[in-house]
Every structure is written in C-alpha cells, then in structure tokens.
Write a protein that binds this ligand. Sequence first.
Ligand code: GP9
Ligand code: MN
Length: 647
Amino acid sequence: MKEKILKVRYLVFILFAIKMLVYYIAVDIPIFSSLSYWVTLIFFGLTMYLYYYSTQRTQRVLRFVYAIFSLVLFIDVIYYNYFNQLVSVNQIWQIKNIKGTEDSVKSAIPLMSVVILADVPVLWFIYRKFRSRIELDAPKSISRRRKRWVAAGLVVSIIMIALNPFRWASVSKLNSTEAVTVHVKDAVESTLGKVVYNLSSLGTILQNKEVPVNVVEEVSEEVTDETGESEDVSDSGQAQYAGLGEGMNLIVIQVESMQNFVLNAQYNGQEITPYLNQLLKEDTLYFDHYYTNMGKGNTSDAEFSTQTGLYPVIEGASYDLYVDNSFNGLPKLLADKGYYTSAAIGDDKDFYNRATIYPRLGFDYFYNEDNLNMDEISGLGLSDKSMFRQMAENLAGQESPFYSFIITLTNHYPYVLDEHLEATLKLRDEDKDTLFGGYLQTIRYTDEAIGEFIEALKANGLYDNTIIAIYGDHHGLNCLDDENYEKMTEYLGYSYDYDTMLNIPLILHIPGLGEARTIETVGGQVDFLATMANLFDLDLSSTVTFGQDLLNADEGFVATVAYMLQGSFIKDGVLYEIGRDGSFESGRALDLHTHQAISIDGLEENSQKAVTMTEISKYILEHDLAELSDEALADLIKTQTEEAETK
Ligand code: GP9
Ligand code: MN
C-alpha cells in the first residue's frame, strides 16, 4: 500500500518536472546554462514535502495556489509568444481590451501552453482517487520545529531571491527568469513598488538602475533640445523644411500592423503596395529606418507616442494608466494654431479608453462606431475602404485648417479579409492560409484603401493643401512565431529578426514639395511630434518630448520598450537587445544593413541612455509633468540627480 502511494508522489513530481521543462523551453530560458529550472524544482520539492505534513486546510490552500500558479504559467507562455516577456499583474486589468480581438487570442494560444495546464486535471483525478490513502499515508511524526524550518527556509529564499536586497547580479538574473520569484518580484513591484517609485526622486531611480551621471546629463541635454543637434541647419540658422506646412491641413494615418518591408517590394511577380510605392516617387520624404517604440499598449501606445513625443511604459497601456494626466501634444499644439482636430477609428469608442483620452489629448471630435456608418465590416470593425470613403466626405465638410488623425483597422491579426472584400494579391499556394500570406493580402487591401482616399481628396479639392503622414503602429508578423520566421526568412533572404520586425515606415507626403527623398536616419514614433513641430512651426516650449526633428537630425536613436526590453535601442546602423536577465553582457547586437550579429562592444552607454530616457519618460508620466518647460525639466533632472549623488 505504502509503495503505491509513494509512486503517486513521484508521479506528481515528474509531471511537474515535465510541465516546467515545457514552460522553460516555451519562454526560451535555457535549462542547463541557467539555474532557473532547477530552482523551481527545489521550490516545488520542498512544497510537496510540507504538503504531506500539513493540515487539511493548508493542503487545500496549497492545491489552490498550485492551480493559480499553473494558470499564471499558461498565461506567461501566451504572453511570451506574443510579447517576448512574461505576464505582469498589471496586464490583468488589460484583459478587457482583449474582447475585440477574440480571434487573435485564439490564434495566439500555442500548443505548449495547453500542455502546461494539462497536469492540473490529472492531479485532480489522482487526488480524488487516492485521497484517503494519501492522507492516511502522511507520516504524523515529523517534528514541528523541522517543519517550521523548512517552511521558513522556503518562504525566506523566495522573498530574498525576488527582492534581491543586496542587488547581487546573479540573483537578479535568477529573479528575472525563474518562474516563482519572477512573479513574486513583479507582484511586489507593481503594488508596493509603485508607491516606492512615486516617493523616490528621479535621481534615486536612475541611480538604482546604475546609470552614470554623465549619461543622465547627456540625455537631459538631448530631451531639452527639441530639434535635436543639427548640422543641416542652413546658414541663416533656419532648420530645413521649417514651417513648410504652416496653414496646410494635416492628415496622419496610422496604419494597423504595417511593417516597412512591404514597401517597394515584389511578391510572386506583383508589387505588394503599388499605391504607396507610387506615392514615394513624388513630393515625399520617406523614412525607411523608422521604428515602433510601443510599450504594452500596442496600437494605443503607438498613437500615444506619436501624439505626445513620450515613451510609453511596459506596465500597461498609457491610455489606461495615464488617462488623468495633462498632455501638450500634437492635437493641442495644432489647436493653438487654429486647427480643428479630430481622430477616427471604425471601432468601439471605448476600446483602449479612446473616448476618454482623446478629448484630454485635445481632439475636438472623435469619429468611431457610433457616428460612422458601419456599412462594411471586416475583422475588428469598419473596413478601411468604407472608413476612408466616409472620412474623405467628413473632412470636406469640415472647417480648415484641420488636423485629422485616422487609424486603420483591416490589416489586423489574424489577417483575414472578409469574404465580401476583394482580395487582389495572387498568393502562392504554399502561402495560402498562413499568417504571412494573409498579411500580404490585407496590407494590399489597406494600400488600395489609402489610394482611394488620396484620390478622393484630389477630387474634393483638399489634396493640394494637405500634408499626409502615413506610418505603421507596430509589426504584423511576430518573428517569435516559427511559421512567420520561416516564411519571412525565406522571403527576405536573411534571418527575420527584430531589426525587420520593429521597422515601420514613415511617409511624409507634401504636395508641391518637388522632391522625393529617402531619409535613413533612425527614428521612432517619439520623434513624430518634434518633426511636425518643425514643419508646422509649433511651440514646444512647454511640452516634454523625447524625440527629435528627424528632418534635421544627423544622428538617430530610439529606445524600445516592448519585445526588446528596457535598455535595448536602435541607432544608426545598429540594433541592440538587452539580455533576458536584464544584463548588458548577455545582450546581442545586429547590424542594420547586413542583418548579421555583431559585437556589443562599445554599446553599453547607449543602453544606459535607453534606460535613462524611458525611465525619465515614465517619471514624467507617473508625476503628470508632461507640460514642463525645457528649463524646468532640465532643472528637475539636475537637482534630483545631484541630490541622489550626495546621499
Ligand atoms: C482596436 C485596434 C487594435 O481598436 O486598435 O489594436 P491592437 O490589437 O493592434 O493593439
Ligand atoms: Mn495595432
């Protein structure tokens, strides 16, 4: 009898060991070169030991904790598969945003994550079947002292590893990858940590992140110089293209999931985006090294950065977290110049909290599902063609000058055009029913929709006096997905990685410009505001922006927030991704031109700069300081850094 019961114990442990093996493989944490897997097994072994000597009530609690833990692992794998990071308690509040994208969620559940939940019903069955024997088997004769020592040892090690009070590098590597402590750490940081963060000065925060003072000073100088250092300023001291758009309308189109690789590209003997390619040939400035710098809020963060020039955060969508803040971004600055401003998306007005945040950003009007005619639906909402058709009419009836911010929707994951929409790209058989094929098809559809829109603007007389900016919000094809990786690597002829995945186009179409230029300076969505400020002569003196005017900058730099985590960046010629354990040394670099791995030597200061920028941006957001003047911001950074130094 006893032996049988022992076997059950071993079975439970073996099931757990397999489950964790699958987990660590799924989230790309090496089993042998990292301690994480083994530490998790030790935690579990000790918990099992305690389980057998616990009261029935404690056993019930432990079983519940185990089920919750398994659920967290399950969500981790889904998140990792999609966002290249583990789930944080902050994301729990974001679940409401998933409602509109049910299809996407289903397609994102990888098989491995299901395996992770599979042992819960098996264990439940074992428990029901062997309950009486397991309970009978529990040896009664363990000393209370020993039990307490084991329990205390377990709890103290989890807490010490999670909080790492002595800031040991090896422990910090462990608590950013080990399944139990990574979540304990996150839970503490997201609750208590937020309070501590808000009580600490910026200087202390940066010092804790081990950023040297000279890097803070350099960043401080950069962020308080809105145009960016520039040698391209003409002899008269005037920046290039300055004020070119004054008095003209501005239409900004944020294209859902548009990556740069689709432009000027052939597929199966056809152009993927014939209309946009045509646009690039005349009166256009095309930024081909522009990157998304979104955080956890995807589309909404791309909007947020573009409008405000601030970096979003990894903790959640800025539209939710900072909805009560004041922002002096693009809509407000253009409104100050007499522009009528509107935003438009053919979706539920409350998705991403848009109906609440848009008026706060300064938009006068919001076109959405409630006031657009939802006459043609595809994917998440109104089809792009119908939306653009309606927006061309709406804009014609609007006062000028106007600023119209339009967000497309049809090219959304999982890239399936509704049957009634015409699919015009001829796909190769092997690409049919793949995300890659679907993506090319839906981006072709959006390209046509933009084409029709611009033709409609020509027909209704708005075109000549309107600057049209077009950019992508973020990637469409996640390179972490095996099939995407294979298809894209074959298509591109080089390994599909973050350098291509995070690269989105920025197109500035300026009727009458008389030139068509490709600008290779690296930029990101944070740079959009400063670039528009130059074109439209906007006053940025009380707007904190982390970007620079890309039309006059001679050096580009963008920190990334999601996928490549804090401390990662892209600058001219180079992409650097910080290690999964948060250390610079375990990071990697890619050459933006050859797409090959290169040495990370000499990049550490840039990584610290990326940390500094995103951390100052977060501080600004947490403390609602986005309307500071340059001098006040410089002052704040200086005094707080000095204070922290002297402590
Ligand atoms: C919803 C749309 C989708 O309105 O913007 O956002 P995403 O899923 O790409 O973040
Ligand atoms: Mn999006």
